[in-house]
Design a protein around this ligand. Structure first.
Ligand SMILES: [Zn+2]
Length: 262
């Protein structure tokens, strides 16, 4: 029986056919997937809701594109999003996989007008990742924007996903009200929420750039610190991190940071 080896198979598969393996997409919309998988009566039942969902998705995209075009010196359009938790220390030795790590957070606020992004970075010893923290970052962003502004009046338009614990709550609205009272130069603040399941936005590409840099950085050695700090963490986590330090898995150069976590 004739047979081919892997190299031959790969050469023919990759070189002679215009096909490739399907890579499943991450972060797919839960509702869209549910509709695609449904059959018969179940699918019919979802039909009306699905059509409306797709319509809303299109409308939300158009709205953001239109705002993006209108963005300028007097209209700031920005989207904010918290990146998935980044953990440190990070390295390719197996010991790093079995220890609790320090969670670090990164909120990115991307200007849709000029493609610039502000990153707000902190770790779990400094603060949580709830409405208070997101609000503080957004306020800092507004403050900074106002500092560089000398026009007649500023309109701010923000976009985000629908996470209630972070962006869609009365605390964020309070921050906006506070900013409006504090800075008379602000004419209006509008917040538009992207459609659940389709919240992919400009901040995602910043997150993936950061993740790529981390992967690149990991090739030349482990990552040990986010920045400096004075936190309060779970006892087990502190114990694990201290043990990594004691056993020289983390260079003693970083001793003061890890010791301050106690
Ligand atoms: Zn969907």
């Amino acid at each position: 029986m004739p047979y081919g080896n892997e190299t031959l198979y790969s050469r023919i598969f990759n070189g002679e056919f215009n096909i490739s393996f399907f890579k499943p997409k991450k972060d797919r919309c839960e509702f869209c997937v549910r509709y695609e998988n449904a059959q018969g009566k179940a699918k019919e039942d979802l039909e009306v809701e699905y059509v409306k969902h797709i319509e809303e998705k299109e409308l939300s995209r158009k709205e953001k594109d239109a705002d993006k075009i209108n963005a300028g010196p007097n209209i700031i359009v920005a989207v904010y999003d918290l990146q998935a938790i980044l953990q440190i220390p990070r390295g390719n030795t197996s010991i790093f996989y079995y220890k609790s790590k320090l969670n670090t957070f990164n909120l990115t606020i991307s200007h849709l007008g000029n493609d610039k992004t502000d990153c707000f970075f902190w770790h779990e010893g400094e603060a949580n990742r709830g409405a208070d923290e997101i609000g503080s970052c957004v306020f800092k962003f507004i403050e900074k924007t106002l500092l560089n502004y000398d026009g007649p009046g500023l309109d701010l338009i923000f976009y985000s996903d629908n996470c209630c614990g972070q962006n869609k709550n009365r605390f964020i609205v309070s921050i906006y009200l506070f900013a409006l009272l504090k800075f008379p130069k602000i004419r209006s603040i509008t917040h538009k929420y992207l459609i659940t399941g389709h919240t992919q936005n400009e901040a995602d590409s910043v997150h993936s750039t950061i993740e790529k840099q981390i992967q690149k950085r990991l090739k030349s050695g482990p990552i040990y610190v986010p920045s400096q700090s004075k936190p309060k963490l779970k006892e087990n986590k502190v114990k694990d991190l201290q043990e990594l330090l004691r056993n020289n898995h983390i260079p003693h150069f970083y001793e003061s940071l890890y010791n301050s976590l106690k």
